[in-house]
Design a binder for this molecule. Structure first.
Ligand SMILES: *Cc1c(COP(=O)(O)O)cnc(C)c1O
Length: 230
């Protein structure tokens, strides 16, 4: 099988999972955007995804993400999903359209300065963490969402797009996704434009669809096992 056929098969299988989850949840497939997570896979895979109709890709590391963006000619929306050091924020604003992993005020300010010098407006999601046992994880606690969201919404070169989470390891993902969706509804009372709910990966996309996610971030289910750890 050619790589193109492999990816087409992975994409079709993933689409089927999303459609079944939509059917079960009584949701319309059009409410959901699939982000193909291409971290560790080559730029040639990104090109194939674009040929197959994928419009959004996700990357979690700089400079890998920037290198790939420079190599890929197709017009795509580039989502940055990973933990981000403040000193790399400026570089990431050069190519990212939306950063899903904004989890502190200092990072938001750096992204705002970077977007200003790049002459663009950067979409931002507040990353929320529901794990109370592991202090090393990225993301703000639910009670800290409002302050960080206000800061992003008030920054001249940032746009508050919504919320993102990664389900903690070893627990049922569904309650976390439900909480994220509820937080999103509260957030929209003060920021009506913050409509994105980014949740669900290969292992738990059905739970995310049921909860009400608008954006799924899916790698392995489309592209197969990763070439290297990431
Ligand atoms: C890698 C990654 C994904 C995709 O994970 P898969 O298991 O390959 O679907 C989604 N979100 C984030 C933040 C990631 O780092």
């Amino acid at each position: 099988m050619s790589r193109r056929d492999e990816i087409a098969a992975g994409l079709a299988e993933t689409e089927q999972r999303i459609q079944s989850a939509c059917d079960a949840a009584g949701r319309d497939r059009d409410e959901i955007t699939l982000i193909a997570v291409t971290k560790t896979y080559p730029a040639s895979d990104v090109e194939l995804l674009a040929e197959l109709g994928v419009t959004e890709v996700g990357e979690n590391r700089h400079p890998e993400a920037g290198d790939k963006h420079a190599e890929v000619a197709a017009a795509l929306t580039w989502n940055f999903l990973g933990g981000l050091q403040t000193n790399k924020a400026g570089a990431v604003t050069q190519y990212a359209d939306v950063v899903h992993s904004v989890d502190r005020a200092k990072l938001a300010r750096s992204l705002d300065r970077g977007a200003e010098s790049a002459g663009r407006v950067l979409g931002c999601l507040v990353q929320v963490d529901f794990d109370t046992t592991d202090p090393g994880r990225s993301g703000v606690t639910p009670d800290a969402v409002a302050d960080l969201a206000d800061l992003i919404a008030g920054a001249d070169h940032l746009r508050l797009d919504g919320l993102m989470t990664v389900a903690p390891l070893g627990v049922e993902p569904r309650p976390c996704f439900d909480q994220l969706v509820a937080l999103g509804a509260t957030l929209r009372e003060t920021h009506p434009g913050a409509a994105m709910i980014s949740a669900g990966m290969s292992a738990d996309l059905e739970d995310a669809v049921h909860a009400g996610a608008t954006h799924l971030r899916v790698g392995r289910s489309i592209l197969g096992d990763r070439p290297v750890a990431g």
